[in-house]
Design a protein around this ligand. Structure first.
Ligand SMILES: *Cc1c(COP(=O)(O)O)cnc(C)c1O
Length: 227
């Protein structure tokens, strides 16, 4: 699928405006919000185009695909955010290229991500449904998982992450995330970040305090077909 640079620039600009408007409507400073452009399934060349448009944060959800693109693009000044479910045996490969992992959801993964020559930022992914297939830590188990990250010298606890479940009003889901973030801060005062909000719901996420948005299709257009 050919990528039209002009269309991409227009979509990026429109999303930037919408993020700034939503921030101001919520009484927040737009500069405290980081937009991560999700480039999964798109070729490395799209990340390169985004970088020329000033994008500094990109998100990927599959370890092997992301590692390949990052290796191809080492000349770019971009931070790679890993946002997908992560198998323990892929943790080392991910920490090699990623600045942050947003999907930390179990003690075994904390142990596998720790250790390395550079500190890795971590977000604890919250389970907002009972569906174990979607990943995330149940909220009652959040404090114990946070303690694990705080005790890991190679990891820095940034905050929480969540995906609004289907069939739930996003604003309500993000209000739950905000409450979990507040309770986490009692334990880890520096873990103030909230990774929440995608193409369809980032306005609601901003209203509930999101600091990191993960936006794909609203900026990249439709994702290419994948297996
Ligand atoms: C794909 C993905 C996104 C981006 O979704 P869009 O609807 O394309 O904005 C955000 N977060 C996660 C975890 C994803 O897998």
């Amino acid at each position: 699928m050919p990528i039209e640079t002009e269309g991409l620039a227009d979509r990026l600009e429109r999303v930037r405006h919408r993020v700034a408007d939503a921030a101001r409507a919520a009484g927040r400073d737009p500069s405290e919000i980081t937009t991560i452009v999700v480039t999964k399934f798109h070729p490395a060349s799209l990340v390169r185009e985004l970088a020329t448009l000033g994008v500094r944060d990109v998100g990927e959800n599959r370890a092997q695909e992301a590692a390949g693109k990052a290796a191809e693009l080492t000349d770019l000044d971009v931070r790679w955010h890993f946002i997908g479910q992560l198998q323990t045996n892929k943790a080392k490969a991910v920490r090699h290229f990623a600045s942050a992992v947003h999907s930390v959801d179990r003690p075994g993964l904390v142990a596998a991500l720790d250790g390395g020559d550079r500190v890795l930022d971590c977000f604890l992914q919250l389970a907002l449904t009972d569906d174990p297939g979607r990943g995330g830590v149940p909220i009652p188990e959040l404090p114990a998982l946070a303690e694990r990250v705080l005790a890991a010298p190679g990891l820095r606890l940034r905050g929480v992450m969540a995906v609004a479940p289907l069939g739930v009003e996003p604003r309500r889901a993000f209000a739950t995330v905000r409450e979990a973030s507040e309770s986490l801060r009692a334990l880890a005062p520096d873990a103030t970040d909230i990774s929440a909000g995608m193409s369809g719901d980032f306005g609601d996420a901003i209203a509930e305090g999101a600091t990191h948005l993960r936006i794909g299709t609203a900026i990249t257009g439709k994702r290419p077909e994948h297996a």
